[in-house]
Each structure stands twice: as C-alpha cells, then as structure tokens.
Design a binder for this molecule. Structure first.
Ligand SMILES: Cc1ncc(C[n+]2csc(CCOP(=O)(O)OP(=O)(O)O)c2C)c(N)n1
Ligand SMILES: [Mg+2]
Length: 340
C-alpha cells in the first residue's frame, strides 16, 4: 500500500514581489497543464477520426493563462480567439466541456455542437461568441466596453487575437474607437510568429504589434509570453488601470506556436526544424516547472501530483464525452432565425 502524502495547504498571501500567492501559482500550472493535455488528447482523437478539427494553443498556454487570471470571473468579459482554450479554462470551462466542444456534442455549452471546435462562447461566463472571420471580436469588445462605460459598470473587456490578425481593418477600427471613448478594453495580442505559413515580417512592416497602438494614443507593452508569471505581472496592472477609467491598453505577448497551424496543416513546408527546436526549449510548462521548483515554491512531488490528477481528469472527461449524444439534425437552425 502506498502512503498518502499529506497535501500542504497553499497560502493565499502574495509571495514577495511576485504579486501571486502559492495558491494562484498552483492554479496557474494546473490550467496550463490542463490546456496542454486537452490539446494532446484532441489531436489523438482527430487522428483516430473521432474529432473533425483541432486548432491548438500549444506553446501559448502561459500567454493565455497568465492573462486570463487577471480578469474577474463572471464580471469581466472575454472576447477570445480560437487558440484561447487556456483562457476558457481559467474562466470556468471544465475538461468535460472542452471535450464536448471538440466532438461537436449536443450539450457543448459553447454552441450546442453547431459551430466548429474552438469557437468559444458562454454567456454565463461572459465569454463572447466568436466568428471564424478573424479580428471581428475586437469590435465586439469595443462595443461591450462602451455599453459598460455608459452603464458605469466597473467591467473590463479583454479581447485577443494573433499578430497576423492585427493587419485587418477591424483591429484598427477597434483601437481607434476605444481610444477616442477611453473604453475599458485590454487588447491582447498573442504573437506566435506566423499567420498560418506567413512569417511576421510578411504580415506587417514593424517588429512589434505594440508599436501600432502608439498611432492611436493607446498605452502598450511587450511581454514574454512564454513566462506565465511575467504575463500576469504585466496584464494585471493594465486590467486594473482600465477598470479605474484609465482607458484601453494593448499588450503583445511574444510566444510561439509549437504545433502546426491546425490538424490540417503541414508546418514542415514553411518553418525550419531548428527554429522549432529552439523555441521548444522555452516551452512555457517546462519553464514554469523549473522556476517554481528552483525557487523552492513547490517540491517536484507536488508538481507530479498535479500532473497525475490532470491525466485522470482528461481520461475521464474523454470517455464521458464520447458517450454523450450528438445534436439532432433538426436543431441545426435553432437560435439562427427569429422564431415566430
Ligand atoms: C478575415 C479572415 N481571413 C483569413 C482567415 C483564415 N485564417 C484563419 S486563421 C488565420 C491566421 C491568423 O494568424 P494570426 O492572427 O497570427 O493567429 P494565429 O493563428 O497565428 O494564432 C487565417 C489567415 C480568416 N479566418 N478570416
Ligand atoms: Mg500568429
């Protein structure tokens, strides 16, 4: 019989200058790991012919979890983009729900199985439903923030996209409008270096998306998106400032997509293996583990325990979701047209 190791109660007190408590750091790692494992299981299900399509956030977990942890759950709004599984998990999505979404099941809370996977949306969690057309969510975010400001609600809206999407008109319209009206929006750009097969230098004439904000008089910052703690330390003050009426903020998280664009993409045709290997050394999960272990915040056994718990959760969620009913064909047009 194996002895049960007593679990240490995590302190809720912020650690020195980290701004984060042990409890929050544990949450941070758990969400990042859950996102990674869900994505891995999703790809396996895709290759087995059970899941139609996977568009993953592998490599971007720190950028997503660190930023979403700066929001107030059920108060603030999130208008995410397709890779933001990690953000959805922070705001309350379970592994079971993520699997329902992937498999297009009837009870998927995002769209009841009527959208493609990774088209997020959940009104009770204030997650705005999204379109396949990139960057439209930036305008939705500006509109929601205008409404909140008019109602004097102390609400912050975060909206996210990739760097390629910042060359679309919606990005510029949203920034312009939010700046004029001093809206409580945090524009969050996950710069992973590519828009499908196109490298950043072919997407825009600048090195940093953050520099685009200056043209609209919006404050901006660049953050290491492979470091979840650094992300939180930069995004949290921007969220707080927006909530206090300080106006919009743009944050660019420099990260990397460690997987191909989607389950239908062959990235060996456009990016060098060496580049991928270099970024893989900065894998956000690996960096986080090393940091908290080396700083003596968590012993290795605690991190291993989180790993085991996550594995079990995914296994259960996958088995359960596979057994759930598919949507009825006659429900396909539900919520599309006004019903008389
Ligand atoms: C308006 C529009 N154009 C093209 C596409 C096809 N498309 C989907 S994702 C994508 C790449 C976007 O790149 P980026 O914004 O950098 O995000 P990433 O996928 O790298 O996270 C493109 C071109 C689309 N969905 N919408
Ligand atoms: Mg990109």
């Amino acid at each position: 019989m194996t002895a049960v190791r007593p679990r240490r109660v995590r302190s809720q007190k912020p650690i020195d200058d980290l701004l984060l408590s042990e409890h929050q750091l544990e949450e941070m790692y758990s969400y990042m790991l859950l996102a990674r494992r869900i994505n891995e299981r999703s790809l396996a299900l895709n290759r087995q012919g059970r899941a139609p399509f996977v568009i993953a956030g592998v490599g971007q977990e720190a950028a997503q979890v660190g930023a979403a942890m700066s929001l107030r759950k059920g108060v603030d709004y999130l208008a995410p983009y397709y890779r933001d599984l990690g953000m959805n998990l922070v705001l309350g999505m379970s592994a079971r729900e993520a699997m329902l979404n992937l498999l297009g099941k009837r009870d998927d809370p995002n769209s009841y199985g009527r959208q493609m996977p990774s088209h997020w949306g959940n009104s009770s969690r204030h997650i705005v439903t999204q379109s396949s057309v990139v960057t439209t969510q930036f305008l939705h975010a500006a509109g929601i923030a205008l409404g909140a400001k008019m109602r004097k609600d102390p609400v912050v809206v975060m909206t996210c996209c990739g760097e390629g999407s910042t060359s679309k008109g919606d990005f510029h319209e949203a920034l312009n409008f939010a700046a004029i009206h001093k809206l409580p929006v945090v524009f969050y750009v996950e710069n992973n270096g590519y828009a499908i097969s196109e490298r950043t230098e072919k997407e825009m004439p600048l090195e940093h998306v953050a520099d685009r904000a200056r043209g609209y008089g919006i404050q901006s910052a660049v953050v290491d998106g492979m470091d979840a703690i650094a992300v939180y330390q930069n995004v949290r003050p921007a969220v707080d400032q927006a909530r206090r009426g300080g106006g919009p903020f743009l944050i660019e998280a420099k990260c990397y997509r460690l997987w191909p664009h989607s389950s239908d993409d062959d990235d060996s045709r456009y990016r060098p293996k060496k580049e991928l290997e270099e970024w893989a050394r900065k894998d956000p999960l690996k960096l986080f583990r090393e940091r908290v272990e080396n700083d003596g915040i968590f012993p290795r056994a605690d991190l291993d325990e989180i790993e085991e718990k996550t594995e079990a959760e995914i296994r259960e969620a996958t088995q359960w979701a596979l057994m759930q009913p598919d949507p009825a064909p006659e429900d396909a047009l539900g919520f599309v047209y006004k019903e008389a």
